[in-house]
Design a protein around this ligand. Structure first.
Ligand SMILES: C[S@@+](CC[C@H](N)C(=O)[O-])C[C@H]1O[C@@H](n2cnc3c(N)ncnc32)[C@H](O)[C@@H]1O
Ligand code: SF4
Length: 300
């Protein structure tokens, strides 16, 4: 940012060079200064204060958005903090893939919601076309903002933890573009990955071991092998229905038999498959709601 084409202003009272930007403030705004009337720094400081006050006033009128991690599926694996928030929330948003009739996140929290809670499903298409995906989340952000603007607090529920491959991040990114002043609080959740590894009694990583998360469906074929070779431990998520590339790469790296597949972790129909083989992975239909954990330790 520059003012009148200048990057810096000069404080004549204290002989200081001050950058001119959105945080500029007079060196001592509450002290008398004979240079004040012609001081660029003072003038910009005044404008900055007014802008920040206006943004704060706007934010005060708006409701808060709570990003709520609801854990992997078992309603007992939701945090007390999340339950407290859900019990008093007025409006809840959840994402739902188009064509899918139920939201797993909603089924987990349903019993904690007050009778008066309004529930809205934000539809999105499972596409890896970035532009289309972004356009959908820009629209979804508008719907959430409309409610926040009425002063209501809103919750956005998301499976596992909000910081790991969650649609909450797409919503938040778009909301901040529309209204940078929004207030947000994020409540962590038990990730499906840690739920699965703990259930199996298989640590994801210990001591100096490295760990890589691989969102399989979104990884280019050429990138897959280097990622597989990178770490001591691997967690595959978002497994595509056609998992042939994944299978071939694991097989060629001699890792397929070391993979443990947890399907619908903590949900009805949970399945664990150890010492995987090609045929099982190829035939299995329910691939999306599953994680694959591979530990290389002792491979050689
Ligand atoms: C959009 S990401 C959400 C991850 C989530 N935020 C977390 O912390 O686990 C969806 C991926 O999470 C994994 N996932 C989510 N719920 C699961 C479950 N109950 N059992 C197994 N994997 C699950 C799958 O790999 C799925 O493709
Ligand atoms: S008004 Fe503030 S910034 Fe400007 S000269 Fe005086 S003390 Fe320095």
């Amino acid at each position: 940012m520059s003012v009148q084409g200048l990057e810096y202003g000069y404080c004549q009272k204290y002989n200081k060079k001050i950058p001119l930007d959105e945080n500029t403030e007079c060196v001592h705004p509450h002290e008398y200064c004979r240079f004040r009337s012609s001081c660029l720094i003072h003038e910009l400081g005044k404008q900055n204060r007014l802008r920040k006050r206006a943004a704060q006033a706007k934010a005060k009128k708006m409701g808060t958005l709570y990003g709520i991690g609801v854990g992997p599926g078992d309603p007992r694996m939701i945090t007390l903090q999340a339950i407290d928030r859900l019990k008093s929330i007025e409006t809840v948003f959840a994402s739902k893939k188009s064509g899918v009739t139920e939201s797993v996140a909603y089924s987990i929290v349903q019993k904690y919601l007050p009778d008066y809670a309004k529930v809205h499903f934000l539809e999105f298409k499972a596409t890896y076309d970035r532009e289309k995906f972004d356009a959908v989340w820009a629209e979804n952000a508008k719907s959430v903002l409309e409610v926040l603007k009425t002063g209501q607090d809103c919750g956005y529920i998301t499976l596992g933890d909000p910081s790991l491959y969650s649609t909450f991040s797409h919503l938040l990114r778009n909301l901040i573009k529309l209204a940078p002043e929004i207030r947000v609080e994020i409540i962590p959740g038990v990730s499906t990955v840690t739920a699965a590894s703990n259930m199996l009694n298989v640590p994801l990583a210990i001591d100096g071991e490295s760990l890589t998360f691989i969102p399989s469906a979104q990884i280019e074929e050429t990138q897959l092998r280097p990622l597989i070779q990178l770490s001591d431990n691997l967690v595959f998520m978002k497994i595509p229905s056609d998992a042939q590339t994944l299978i071939t790469n694991l097989e060629e790296e001699g890792l397929l038999h070391r993979a443990i597949w947890v399907q619908k972790c903590c949900l009805p129909g949970q399945r664990v498959m150890k010492e995987l083989n090609k045929e099982v992975l190829e035939e299995e239909q329910e691939k999306y709601l599953s994680v694959l954990i591979v530990k290389k330790e002792g491979k050689k």
